[in-house]
Design a binder for this molecule. Structure first.
Ligand code: PMP
Length: 289
């Protein structure tokens, strides 16, 4: 059973509890991160912690630890669980309050770091690629809810995930209110057209993924043309290759959208090359980042 870091202490998972009056539970008021540990190294830790602190700041939620203390908490959690390959879930909730929505009556956030394992997609899909659908439900408008806040309120994504699961697939691509491609329920989306790697820009209403940024960085370093720009679902369906990125998903080829085949229906050469780079850079001899 995993050991949990909670408010500065390591506790057993059965002692890691929050109140029923916690506004994280009552209102989804809080934020979180999902981070991977590969071969004992916490992948892109600083980028993830910066995003956590940004999410909290946008919620006017003050994390009562410095970023360096949180980094130590992550390391402690990994060490206590003795896992060289793991998934870390830092969670910050608004904390204990009354039944009113007002966050300012909550005095102390709960800060939790869960270290566990995750497997989102069946392993064989990394060789075959996967099918996704176009969601009927739009991505929540970015003016209504800033998508760069990785908040505890994932209902737009969860309702869309239900659509996907009912359609017999793992993911659904959401369009924004302008009709442009935005992202999937838990992954960013990329397409490759005529050798260029293209992904929607932040103002398409996406969470700016750490894995997404890593892929763009790899493209720039290895001379693969890439750009961030808006495109329509028709462009995505007419792409040569499509793939998803995410901390849990890593890089996942998409071979069909709404039963329409992409390219030759198998993971394409650029996607395979990027997955290869990802594996090398998270592998045993990878440098610290
Ligand atoms: N979009 C959404 C909505 C997400 O929840 C996630 C994280 N699972 C991503 C994109 C991918 O972000 P990252 O690469 O930082 O995990």
């Amino acid at each position: 059973m995993p050991t949990i870091w909670m408010n500065g202490q390591l506790v057993s998972d059965k002692d890691a509890k929050v109140s029923v009056f916690d506004h994280g539970l009552l209102y989804g008021d809080g934020c979180f991160e999902g981070i991977r540990v590969y071969n004992g190294r916490i992948f892109k830790m600083t980028a993830h912690l910066e995003r956590l602190y940004n999410s909290a700041e946008k919620l006017t939620l003050k994390i009562p630890y410095t970023i360096e203390q949180m980094a130590d908490a992550l390391r402690e959690g990994v060490e206590a669980n003795g896992t060289a390959n793991a998934y870390i879930r830092p969670v910050v909730t608004r904390g204990y309050g009354n039944l009113g929505i007002n966050p300012f009556q909550c005095e102390k956030p709960e800060v939790i770091v869960i270290t566990a394992t995750i497997q989102l997609y069946p392993q064989e899909l990394y060789a075959t690629g996967m099918k996704i659908i176009t969601a009927k439900r739009p991505r929540v408008d970015r003016r209504a809810l800033d998508p760069s806040i990785k908040s505890l309120n994932y209902l737009n994504n969860i309702l869309t995930k239900i659509e996907a699961v009912k359609a017999g697939v793992h993911e659904a691509v959401m369009l924004n209110s302008e009709g442009n491609v935005s992202e999937c329920t838990g992954d960013n989306i990329f397409m490759i057209k005529d050798g260029e790697v293209i992904t929607p820009p932040p103002d398409a209403g996406i969470l700016v993924g750490i894995t997404r940024n890593f892929v763009l960085q790899v493209c720039r370093e290895t001379g693969i043309p890439c750009s961030e720009r808006n495109f329509k679902i028709e462009d995505l369906k007419a792409a040569d290759e499509v793939f998803l990125t995410g901390t849990a998903a890593e890089i996942m080829s998409v071979t069909h959208i709404d039963d329409l085949q992409i390219g030759d229906g198998t993971p394409g050469p650029v996607t395979r090359r990027l997955l290869g780079e990802f594996r090398t850079r998270t592998g045993e001899n990878a440098p610290e980042d």
